[in-house]
Design a protein around this ligand. Structure first.
Ligand code: UDP
Length: 262
C-alpha cells in the first residue's frame, strides 16, 4: 500500500487489472483476516470524510480500485500517473474467474431477494465451475445478524461479495470483520447485483470505451443526478489543487534561483 495515491480527500491504488488480481491472490494465499476491497470514485471523495467509520474503512482498506474516469484523470493530473479504469462492477467478474480457476468458495450477500438469487444463477451460468457457498439478500435484520455470520462462516467461503450499497456495506464490514472466520477477501460491490440480476443496465461497450459510462447511467436513471452533481465540483477541486501545486513548484523554483545568485 506504499504506493497509494492521495486524490483530494480519498486515495486510490495505482493498480492494473493484473496487479489487482495479484493482490487478491496474495490476500487469499497468505491472509489470516478478511481483506477489504472498495471503490475509489468522485462520490466517495465527498462521502468518506463526513463519516468516521467510512473514513476508517477507506483509510485501512487493502485495495482501493480506480473505479471511474474521474479518479483516473485526477491521478494523471495530480501525480502524473497513468491508470486504467478498473470499476468494481467489472472486477467482481475477474474475482469470479480467479475463484473458479483456483477453487475458492464465494458468499454473496446483499440486494433484494430476487436480484440476489438471479445474480447468483447468472454467475453460475457464466462460470460453471464457480463454488457459490451461500447467499443472502441484503435485508437481514440486526437480530438475525449472528445467524447470518454463522451461515457465512459455516459455508467456508473465502470470498464475500457485499452488495449493500455505500456506506451500509463499509459499516457492515467494520462491525463484523472480526467475526468472519474463513473469509479472506471482501469486495464492496454497491449496487452491482442490480446490474447483474436486476433491471439496471450497465453502459454498452461504446460508452465504457469512451469513458462515458456516467453519462449513460445518468440518461437511463435521471434520479442519479443527485449523486452525479458532485462530478463537476470534484473536477474543479482537482484543477484547483493542480494549480496550487504548479504555483508552489514555480515559486519554489524561482526562490531556488534567487538563492543561487546570492
Ligand atoms: N441494499 C441492501 N440492503 C439494504 C439497502 C440496500 O441490500 O438495506 C441494496 C439495494 O438492494 C441495492 C444496493 O444495496 O442493490 C444499493 O445500491 P446503490 O446503487 O445505492 O449502491 P452504490 O453502488 O451507490 O454503493
Amino acid at each position: 500500500m506504499n504506493d497509494r495515491l492521495p486524490i483530494l480527500d480519498i486515495w486510490v491504488d495505482p493498480v492494473s487489472r493484473e496487479e489487482a488480481l495479484h493482490r487478491v491472490r496474495g490476500f487469499l494465499a497468505h491472509g489470516d483476516r478478511p481483506h477489504a476491497i472498495f471503490a475509489a470514485n468522485p462520490e466517495k471523495n465527498f462521502s468518506v470524510p463526513t463519516d468516521a467509520t467510512l473514513y476508517q474503512c477507506y483509510r485501512e482498506a487493502d485495495l482501493l480500485l480506480p473505479d471511474g474516469i474521474g479518479v483516473v484523470l485526477a491521478a494523471r493530473l495530480l501525480h502524473g500517473v497513468r491508470l486504467q479504469r478498473l470499476p468494481g462492477s467489472e472486477f467482481i467478474f475477474d474475482i469470479c474467474r480467479l475463484a473458479e480457476a483456483e477453487g475458492h468458495a464465494i458468499f454473496v450477500y446483499g440486494a433484494r431477494e430476487e436480484v440476489n438469487g438471479r445474480s447468483v444463477a447468472l454467475l453460475l451460468e457464466r462460470y460453471p465451475g464457480l463454488r457459490i457457498a451461500g447467499r443472502a439478500n441484503g435485508y437481514v435484520s440486526p437480530e438475525e445478524m449472528p445467524w447470518l455470520i454463522e451461515r457465512i462462516n459455516n459455508s467456508q467461503a473465502a470470498i464475500l461479495f457485499l452488495a449493500l450499497g455505500s456506506p451500509r456495506q463499509e459499516k457492515w464490514f467494520a462491525a463484523h470483520k472480526g467475526a468472519l472466520s474463513t473469509v479472506r477477501v471482501v469486495q464492496g460491490i454497491g449496487g452491482t447485483l442490480d446490474t447483474i440480476g436486476g433491471n439496471v443496465q450497465r453502459a454498452p461497450e461504446f460508452w465504457c470505451r469512451h469513458n462515458l459510462e456516467w453519462l449513460y447511467r445518468l440518461v437511463k436513471e435521471p434520479k442519479r443526478i443527485k449523486r452525479q452533481k458532485v462530478l463537476p465540483l470534484f473536477a474543479l477541486l482537482v484543477l484547483k489543487q493542480w494549480l496550487s501545486m504548479r504555483i508552489a513548484r514555480v515559486m519554489g523554483g524561482s526562490r531556488g534561483a534567487g538563492c543561487d545568485r546570492s
